[in-house]
Design a protein around this ligand. Structure first.
Ligand code: NAD
Length: 429
């Protein structure tokens, strides 16, 4: 990383794939309400968190590094439904009408562009507001045009593209994902089996010099081809899958067991949720993508190969059940079977009655603002320091993902300090 960050001058366009979704509309509404003084950006690290400086002074992160101010953010994006952001937010039923009233007019001006969509990648969805594209390469070209036109029409200096659209079906890495040349060839040959719509958004963003954030567990930018492309174009990429509820708890509790050298024999996690995300995940192929993401957490924290007596035989199960009456108010249960001194068993039950999009919205905003900052700091490729926000942190073949929330938080602070040439304070002084 080069030291020194370009200032955040001018406007930042935030283009969201899935701009009519629950997470996207909640993020947009909260941002607009915050800048009007109608709400506080609770849960947002970029807006509220502080850091200790070398001289022990505590300062807001946004006063330490040059983040784009919320007043300079312009939202836009794509969706498979034509509803404007206000109508979509009303449909999502995350926020109450009274909380949307003060920003209704602004939300109504945010109208989605037709989406790059393929029904085979999300079979529960039937979109009407979609692009006609002869090939995946054509899809990319159309998205690139959208980005350029939005940027010019809204007088933006910079763009970040965020995927907050539905989870796509699970696909493994294949030869077409292994190099930029192979991926481009597959796009041009219209290999729709291995090139997903989300890959087209990511490619278009990177090609236009815009950081790309993957908020779902899709393979998408998690491929050698995209790592190569993002480095070639000097663009940051980050993901995957917002770490919002149950996994957030897991990455706090698991390090605690490990630090105390307590054993774990089983971890059963189940959820009910009734929003559109839940409906899409009700399809086994789409659930598989989420399951892989949710399951990856525990092993890397516990390191069973180093501690076989404690974690050599953990039974880990994750379930998501679509249950419409709950809408966005997900309920998650965790049963954790642990054991202590002389192997005596104990149980922990966690019942988290959360609001999915209320937890995910500030994460999405932070990922966008930090990605824009990273770009101005001259960083490119996988942004490991943003693992803090992700259930399934991206990493290349040489590195292990870091899941421990506290280690991830240190990585955030270390990166921000490096950007401005600060040293860590001496906590014992
Ligand atoms: N809510 C959370 O806590 C949370 C946490 C982690 C990850 N996620 C992921 O974030 C994503 C969004 O979640 P949500 O609750 O807002 O879901 P949602 O179903 O409300 O929103 C998704 C939106 O994407 C649109 N869409 C689908 N395919 C598209 C495409 N190809 N192009 C453009 N738009 C498309 C849909 O029409 C919908 O409006 C999901 O993938 C979800 O798994 C959510």
């Amino acid at each position: 990383m080069k030291q020194g960050v370009q200032p955040a001058t001018g406007r930042l366009g935030v283009l969201v794939a899935g701009v009519g979704g629950a997470v996207a509309t909640t993020m947009i509404a909260g941002t607009l309400a915050s800048r009007k003084g109608l709400a506080k950006p609770i849960g947002s690290i970029t807006q509220l968190a502080t850091m200790r400086m070398q001289n022990n002074e505590e300062k807001l992160i946004k006063d330490i590094v040059p983040l784009t101010c919320l007043d300079d953010v312009v939202f836009g994006g794509w969706d498979i439904f034509p509803d404007n952001a206000y109508e979509a937010a009303m449909y999502a039923e995350v926020l109450k009408e009274k909380d949307l009233a003060g920003i209704k007019e602004e939300m109504e001006t945010i109208k989605p562009m037709p989406a790059a969509f393929d029904h085979n990648w999300a079979k529960r969805l039937n979109g009407t507001h979609v692009k006609q594209a002869a090939t995946r390469w054509d899809m990319v070209e159309q998205l690139r045009r959208d980005i350029r036109e939005f940027k010019a029409a809204n007088h933006c200096e910079r763009i970040v593209v965020l995927w907050a659209a539905s989870t796509e079906i699970y696909i493994p890495l294949s030869d077409e994902h292994m190099s930029l040349a192979a991926m481009e060839k597959a796009m041009k040959e219209n290999n729709t089996q291995v090139i997903s719509p989300s890959m087209c958004y990511a490619y278009a963003a990177i090609a236009e010099g815009a950081p790309f954030v993957m908020g779902a567990p899709n393979l998408c930018v998690d491929t050698p081809a995209m790592w190569e492309f993002s480095k070639k174009m000097n663009v940051p990429i980050s993901g995957k899958d917002f770490k919002s509820g149950q996994t957030l708890m897991k990455t706090v509790l698991a390090p605690m067991f490990k630090t105390r050298m307590l054993g774990v024999s089983g971890w059963f996690s189940t959820n009910i949720l009734g929003n559109r995300d839940g409906e899409v995940l009700d399809d086994p192929d789409n659930f598989k993508t989420k399951e892989v993401s949710k399951l990856s957490v525990i092993d890397t924290i516990f390191e069973p190969e180093k501690f076989p007596d404690l974690y050599g035989d953990v039974y880990h199960k994750v379930r998501i059940n679509y249950y419409p009456p709950r809408k966005d108010n997900k309920e998650a249960w965790d049963n954790i079977d642990i054991f202590g001194w002389m192997g005596y068993p104990m149980e922990i039950k966690v019942n988290f009655l959360c609001r999915d999009s209320i937890l995910a919205a500030p994460i999405a905003l932070d990922l966008v603002l930090f990605s824009d900052l990273a770009m101005r700091a001259g960083m490119c490729g996988i942004q490991t320091w943003l693992s803090f926000f992700c259930k399934s942190p991206m990493h290349d073949f040489e590195h292990q993902p870091e899941h421990d929330l506290f280690v991830q938080w240190r990585m955030v602070k270390q990166t921000l300090r490096q950007m401005i040439g600060e040293k860590e304070p001496d906590y014992l002084a």
